[in-house]
Design a binder for this molecule. Sequence first.
Ligand SMILES: Nc1ncnc2c1ncn2[C@@H]1O[C@H](COP(=O)(O)OP(=O)(O)OP(=O)(O)O)[C@@H](O)[C@H]1O
Ligand SMILES: [Mg+2]
Length: 314
Amino acid sequence: MIKVEHLAKRYADVYAVNDISFEVHQGEIVGLLGPNGAGKTTTMRILTCYMPATSGSANVAGYDVFRESINVRKQIGYLPENVPLYPEMRVREYLLFRAKLKKLPSRERKSKIDECIEKCSITEVQNQIIGTLSKGYRQRVGLADTLVHDPKILILDEPTIGLDPNQIRQVRQLIKELGAKHTILLSTHILPEVEMLCERVIIINKGKIVAMDTPTNLAIQLRAGNNLVLEVRGNGEKIKNALTNIKSVKKVVWQDKGEISNFTVEAEKGADVREDVFSNIVKNNGIIREMKQASITLEEIFHQITMREQEVTT
Ligand SMILES: Nc1ncnc2c1ncn2[C@@H]1O[C@H](COP(=O)(O)OP(=O)(O)OP(=O)(O)O)[C@@H](O)[C@H]1O
Ligand SMILES: [Mg+2]
């Protein structure tokens, strides 16, 4: 649905986007994740034909963004970073104005706007003046606007920025629902948002793609080994020695708390030592109170990747 190849955008002597290539397949929700100034908005502006690239190519729903921009715009619903609404207009009036602008045939306008209003849960404010809406509702009006011309693809630039936690949840839920029918590329620097919404993540830093995978695979890739965290009642020293002797166990960290001990068991990459750990503890008369796999959060992944890049480039 979206295919970007060797795309670059240069401002004076700075590359905002520097040779990026990626694809978004039909039906996917993909997150473009990166710190401030990474190049997220620049990439989205190029894809939505708001700005030409310096080099490279981008194709959206089969159309070239440089040569066939009118067709590309028809396929895309774009929610820009700062939603440009007309504050003096009423919600419904605004959506009607946008539908006209997007050349929706007049006989389809009413039903389409009704549908968007319902989808975005703005029925109760449809006759309210936009300038008097709360930020969350304005964001929803912005989303309703992206849907008016029934685009296949949604490009959402930080859709939940500036919203309170309840509104964030509601807007995320809405995006998730929209994901059932649309292909979505969204940008964010909120990591739980990506974990909740996206099937795939593209991490971008200083204009370059530094990682691209599912959130789960990124976690696996980066996990140096496989860490197990345990709480055990029994003879800590005996148990520590037994665990250390298990094949594939690289390291055991023992925290002695008297009758109870905490262990962190680091196994070789790809090795599953849970059953060996269990039987060795039982053999040494230990009682397992808890055993869990230490998980790495997307936040740690992001930190590791962006810091690693920094080390390489400096
Ligand atoms: N019109 C412009 N002129 C010069 N430099 C620009 C212009 N627009 C963007 N840049 C630069 O390009 C880089 C990427 O900016 P971009 O807005 O794409 O980042 P972003 O990932 O969207 O960041 P944020 O998370 O803050 O929205 C930044 O270094 C920015 O200063
Ligand atoms: Mg931005």
